[in-house]
Design a protein around this ligand. Structure first.
Ligand code: BG6
Length: 463
């Protein structure tokens, strides 16, 4: 019996990115991006020294992989176009091999009843632009918009769901605050400029897309971390959570959906004398070119308390000058990834979007559980018994269902990810897929228990 019935035409599927799945090899014409470069110079930064050239070979096996998507109940799937594959130098000549590949990939998905959702940017800055500062440099914004238009013109007759960025806060945090990604700086002023340029680029791409009148929707994918105060009755804790929310969620959510930046954040940035370079007309572009569809990635909440520890001045101002992170006793953790599991967070985000963001059409664009050493769960028939993942997804889906019942305009659920893939500095450490990829057996794919379960969920449009 189906207890949690979802609306008709609900999108069931998963998400991945080009750089994490395709691999790079001789003769594909792809240009170098920042991850390829970083791996060349510092391979030891990547788990087990495994780099992006060892991504899960989707470029060669997409036809078979699409069949596996069907077998796991996908009616939609998000991939990302690699800027440096399509336009190897970032601007200028288009790589015909890439055009053929993306055309074939899109056509194959559609022929198999899987709607293609295409994202334009997933942390993969073409190296010629990274050398000039990447998102710090206004030239990157201009080049990105040309790239976006090229994609819309080439593939927009068939792709009806476009996304300007995946998690634009990640290049900000990872590259310019917390040193997870190249260029590994700690520089709040740069972080702010990078975030601003990403938002501007997004609005400019939305503008171009709408002007082309292609009969589809364009959105952005944001990773939202609902901010909870240690003590809801302590005004200082509540204030800390409001600031953390402005910094880590509303910084991208407000301009994307409302066309404005949160005043709490602007006040802080002004006070620090760290306003980004804004050209005349930019703010109008952001104001008038908001998205049609919001993708929400949810993994974990953020728990904060009023600042109690001394401010560390070593690297200049940092977001943590305004709050302390709070490790709530008894919280449920994913021991593999070190992230808290708090299922109700997904409901709180969806409710917030309904109440404060005009109930914009949205969907869960990523949610998932990374697990180390999944091979040990492989049974005698060769199937990985990832029942913890079924529990993780179903517990989140119950809250998605509740939010929909209460009126949230949530149109789908995509898990991260379809098949185990390479993930930035973590490489193959944490496995997330419905489908396992056996690195010891020539990247052999096999559907996990969760993939079988998801097929039933999709077939029943509920569980
Ligand atoms: C998401 C990203 O934030 O998290 C993905 O969009 C990433 O690109 C995923 O792979 C999981 O991250 P990790 O580091 O646990 O593999």
């Amino acid at each position: 019996m189906v207890k949690y019935q979802f609306p008709d035409n609900f999108w069931w599927g998963s998400a991945a990115s080009g750089p994490q799945t395709e691999g790079k090899f001789e003769g594909d014409g792809k240009g170098q991006n920042v991850m390829d470069y970083w791996y060349d110079i510092e391979p030891e930064k990547f788990f087990n020294n495994v780099g992006p050239d060892n991504a899960s070979r989707f470029y060669q096996t997409y036809k078979e992989d699409i069949q596996l998507m069907k077998e796991t109940g996908h009616n939609s799937y998000r991939h990302s176009i690699q800027w440096s594959r399509l336009i190897p130098n970032g601007v200028g000549e288009v790589n015909q091999a890439a055009v053929d590949y993306y055309n074939d990939l899109i056509n194959e998905m559609i022929a198999n009843g899987i709607e293609p959702f295409m994202n334009l940017y997933h942390f993969d800055m073409p190296m010629p632009f990274q050398e000039k500062g990447g998102w710090l440099n206004r030239e990157t914004v201009e080049a990105y918009v040309v790239y976006a238009q090229t994609c819309f013109e080439l593939f927009g007759d068939r792709v009806k769901k476009w996304f300007t960025h995946n998690e634009p806060i990640v290049p900000v945090e990872a590259g310019y605050l917390y040193q997870f990604h190249y260029p590994n700086e700690i520089n709040l002023k740069h972080a702010i400029q990078v975030g601003y340029h990403e938002m501007l680029a997004s609005a400019m791409a939305v503008k171009v897309y709408h002007e082309l009148k292609l009969d589809g929707q364009i959105g952005i994918i944001l990773n939202l971390t609902p901010s909870y105060p240690r003590d809801e009755n302590n005004p200082e804790d509540v204030k800390a959570s409001i600031i953390a929310d402005a910094m880590f969620n509303r910084s991208f959510l407000d301009p994307s959906v409302k066309g404005t930046f949160p005043t709490e954040l602007v006040d802080i940035v002004k006070e620090l004398d760290m306003m980004p370079e804004i050209k005349e007309g930019d703010l109008e572009i952001i104001q008038h070119n908001t998205i049609d569809l919001l993708g929400i990635n949810y993994y974990q909440p953020r728990r904060v308390k009023a600042k109690e520890t001394p401010i560390n001045h070593e690297h200049g101002p940092m977001p943590e000058d305004y709050f302390d992170n709070y490790e709530m006793p008894g919280r449920k953790m994913n021991p593999h990834r070190g992230w808290e599991i708090y299922e109700k967070g997904i409901y709180d985000i969806l409710t917030n979007v309904r109440e404060n963001y005009g109930n914009i059409p949205c969907f869960i664009s990523e949610n998932g559980m990374g697990v180390e050493g999944e091979e040990k769960f492989r049974n005698a028939e060769g199937i990985i018994e990832d029942d913890y993942r079924i529990e993780f997804v179903s517990e989140h889906l119950k809250y998605v269902h509740q939010a929909i019942e209460e009126g949230t305009n949530c149109l789908g659920y995509h898990m991260w990810t379809c098949m185990d893939n390479w993930s930035w500095t973590n490489a193959y450490k944490n496995r997330y897929g419905f489908i396992s990829v056996n690195l010891d057996k020539n990247w052999e794919r096999s559907i996990k228990n969760s993939g079988r379960w998801f097929k039933q969920v999709s077939d029943n449009n509920g569980f």
